[in-house]
Design a binder for this molecule. Structure first.
Ligand SMILES: NC(=O)c1ccc[n+]([C@@H]2O[C@H](COP(=O)([O-])OP(=O)(O)OC[C@H]3O[C@@H](n4cnc5c(N)ncnc54)[C@H](O)[C@@H]3O)[C@@H](O)[C@H]2O)c1
Ligand SMILES: O=P(O)(O)OC[C@H]1O[C@H](O[C@H]2[C@H](O)[C@@H](O)[C@@H](O)O[C@@H]2CO)[C@H](O)[C@@H](O)[C@@H]1O
Ligand SMILES: [Mn+2]
Length: 447
């Protein structure tokens, strides 16, 4: 939908300018200027050297494709956050070096090692909370009318922390996993993309279920999707998956087994970690995890391509493409800027959206987005299975935030041990003690 235009142009700040996702987002922004016009684009990162490599290539891209946009990259918060309408936050506190530990430490103890799931996700959460809160504070100090779209992970824990610590802030926490899956659903059904379908979905971030998928005439698409997913998961194959990495292929295919646990709904791929943890551990190499793959592929490609652009002095033939997933970020900015009330998922305080779940839980549900932010839609009752799963996992996320706020060893041990993928409190304690050492430069000192 092309929004009703006026003569405004917007100033966007990408916080975490050195992220591997930055070039894809820049190209999505440049592609969407007719919907969401820009006057200024800024990068902010606390690692100036990493950011500069992406910024130097971006400066060339912008000069060639939209020279009217003012571009700057900085490590100075005041310069970065002044005169900004939207902040896109994508920081990784501790960078890949710490992600690697989040994955490898649990695996050493025979437990799933994953960026946003289980002990690894909790460890990352305790690093991310102060980093994202600092960004919110900079935004409120220097551009109090701006909105922050945060996708720094683990989004569930970050959203719970910002709900408590900055309840009135204009921060919207979002995730691209459902976006990817909804595009796959559209491809499976023979539609162009997710915008050809309507969805009902509920759960927590990286922990949710679709209860309805319909076409634009209201026809039920669930039977056809269920038949496909029960055999293939969300794997589409062919050209669609020509560039999908092996570990993601495994994840999309495993959704077939996850689906079987509740054939009345369709699952988020991340549920595989909770329902098949032993299978995941058996299929993991504790010495070569997802971080190693990302460093060898995505990071190498992104920084290599930036260097190539800078050396050539042109980006005319660049391999960088608009990142289809990040179109939802631009759609969200457009919906807020032009008050379109577009329906999109967000990670938001429950407040009744799932009627039999704690109103203070931070859930992921469809919302209508307009000038005043998100308005959550009611998803009704969670079924017994989902209610149990959500309640347990939400308690894990709440305990993690309690632990950070209270500097409490016991609360963090409880969070680790309550987590469905950790077998017992003894293993939870062993992992926690290793994590405390690994995170000594990031976590508060626990009492
Ligand atoms: N929500 C989602 O669905 C979704 C999707 C993709 C990526 N992500 C998240 O986006 C983030 C970036 O991912 P990536 O793989 O590109 O990581 P990356 O390490 O390449 O980039 C992160 C950048 O953040 C910077 N940074 C770290 N701490 C900072 C701080 N306190 N202040 C300012 N900058 C800081 C780093 O220097 C780095 O340049 C991660 O949090 C990742 O989990 C989320
Ligand atoms: O292991 P990574 O760094 O590649 O990805 C971790 C992120 O995974 C999800 O986003 C995925 C997406 O959904 C997937 O299909 C892939 O192709 O692209 C995205 C980014 O890699 C998840 O939603 C994020 O929260 C994770 O950070
Ligand atoms: Mn996500």
């Amino acid at each position: 939908m092309v929004a009703q235009k006026d003569d405004r142009k917007f100033s966007v700040l990408i916080a975490g300018g050195g992220s591997t996702y930055t070039p894809g987002i820049v190209l999505t922004l440049l592609n969407g200027l007719d919907k969401f016009p820009l006057r200024k684009l800024k990068f902010y990162d606390n690692d100036g050297e990493r950011q500069k490599k992406i910024a130097d290539a971006t400066a060339i891209l912008i000069k060639e494709r939209a020279p009217e946009i003012e571009f700057e990259a900085t490590t100075d918060p005041k310069e970065a956050f002044t005169d900004v309408d939207f902040v896109m936050a994508q920081i990784r506190v501790g960078k890949y070096a710490m992600r690697s530990k989040d994955e490898k430490i649990p695996l050493k103890h025979g437990v799933v090692g994953q960026e946003t799931t289980g002990p690894g996700g909790i460890a990352y959460g305790l690093r991310s909370i102060p980093g994202v809160i600092q960004l919110v504070d900079y935004m409120e100090k220097y551009s109090p009318n701006a909105w922050m779209l945060n996708y720094s992970n683990p989004a569930a824990i970050v959203a719970e922390a910002t709900r408590r610590e900055r309840p009135n802030s204009k921060i919207i926490n979002i995730c691209d996993m459902p976006i990817d899956i909804m595009d796959r659903m559209a491809a499976i059904l023979g539609f162009k993309d997710r915008n050809d379908l309507d969805f009902r979905y509920y759960g927590l971030n990286h922990f949710g279920w679709w209860t309805e998928v319909t076409d634009k005439k209201g026809n039920d698409m669930m039977p056809k999707l269920k038949e496909y997913v029960s055999k293939n998961g969300y794997w589409v194959g062919g050209d669609y998956d020509a560039h999908t990495e092996k570990s993601w292929e495994e994840t999309f295919k495993k959704a077939a087994d996850v689906y079987k646990l509740d054939p009345t709904t369709l699952p988020n791929t991340y549920l595989k970690y909770y329902m098949y943890p032993s299978w995941v551990v058996k299929h993991s190499n504790p010495n070569y995890t997802r971080t190693d793959e990302v460093e060898a592929h995505r990071q190498k490609m992104v920084f290599g391509e930036c260097k190539r652009i800078v050396d050539a002095g042109t980006a005319k033939d660049t391999e960088f493409k608009p990142d289809e997933h990040s179109t939802y970020i631009v759609d969200l900015c457009t919906a807020i800027a032009y008050n379109t009330h577009q329906r999109m998922l967000a990670i938001i305080p429950n407040e009744g959206a799932i009627s039999n779940i704690d109103p203070t839980a931070t859930v992921e549900v469809p919302c209508l987005f307009g000038a005043n932010g998100p308005e959550r839609l009611s998803m009704g009752k969670a079924a017994t299975y989902q209610q149990g799963m959500i309640t347990e996992q939400n308690s894990v996320e709440k305990l993690a935030v309690d632990a950070w706020q209270e500097h409490s060893y016991t609360k963090l041990w409880e969070a680790f041990s309550l987590c469905k993928i950790v077998p017992d409190a003894g293993v939870a304690k062993d992992i926690l003690d290793d994590m405390i050492v690994a995170n000594k430069d990031y976590w508060p000192e626990l009492k």
